[in-house]
Write a protein that binds this ligand. Sequence first.
Ligand code: GRG
Length: 272
Amino acid sequence: PAGFELIAQDPRLGPLMLRSLERIEQRLGEAVQATDRLADVTARHLLAAGGKRVRPLLTLLAAEVAGEITDEVIEAAVVVELTHLASLYHDDVMDSAPLRRGVETAHTVWGNTVAILTGDMIFARASAMVSALGQEPLMIQATTFERLVIGQLQETTGPAEGEDPVAHYLQVLAGKTGSLIAASGQYGALLGGAPRDVVDLMVVYGEKVGLAFQLADDIIDLTGHPDVSGKTRGTDLREGVDTLPVLLLRRHAAGADPEAAASAQEVLRLID
Ligand code: GRG
C-alpha cells in the first residue's frame, strides 16, 4: 500500500477518523464530476492516482482536538484537498514534470492547455464549496490562494540581488506549501468550534508543519526513488531551483573544513 491507503491503515486513526476520511473520499469524487466528457476524465486522473490526503487529515485532527468533526469540517477538508489537487496540475505544467503520484502527468497525456484548464476547473469547484461555508472561510481561501501563487512566483524569480538565499527559500516554502497546510488546520479549528486563540495557534502550527513537510519533499526530490515517491528525481535541479539541501551542500563545499568540503563536493558531483 502507498499514499492514502498507508495512512488509512495507521492504527492510531480511530473509527471516527476513518469514517470521516471515507466521507471525504466520496465528496472528492463528487466534486470533480464534470459535465464535459474530457474534463470528467482529466479531473479524475490525479485524484484516482493516489495521494496521501495529509491536508484533509490535518483539518480533521484540528477539528477533533479543538471541537468536533461537523459536516462543515468535512466540506472544508474536501476544499483543501481540491485546492492542493488543482495546484498539482498547474505545478506539473510549470515544472514540465513527467510523473506525479506514480502516473503520467496530465499535461504529458493531454497537453498543457487541458492540464491548466483542469486545474482551473478543480479550483473553481473548491471555491464554490468554500462559499457555502461562510465569509471567514472564503477569506481564508482567497488569502491562501494568493500566498500559493506568490510563493510559486518567488520560487521562479529566485532571490533578489544581495538577498540571503536561505531566507528566500524559507519565504518560498511558507507561501507555496506552508499556506495551504496552515489553512487546513485553521479550517478544522474554526469550523470545529475552537476559540479564536486556538484557531490562531493552528495557523502557526500549520506553517511549521508545512515547512518541515516541504523540506522533506525537497530531499525526496534529490534522493527519492520514483517507485516510492511517484515522481521523477531531480526536478528542482533541472528547473534551476536551489532548495535548502543544495544550498547547504554548496555552503559546505566552499567552507573552511576540508573534510566537509570534500564530501559536499562529492555529493554535488553526484547530483549535478
Ligand atoms: C491553482 C490553487 C492553484 C495554485 C497555483 C501552482 C501553484 C499556484 C502552486 C504550487 C504549489 C505546490 C504544488 C507546492 C508543492 C507542495 C507539495 C509539497 C506537494 C506534494 O504534496 P504531497 O506530498 O502530495 O501531500 P500527495 O500526492 O501525497 O497529495
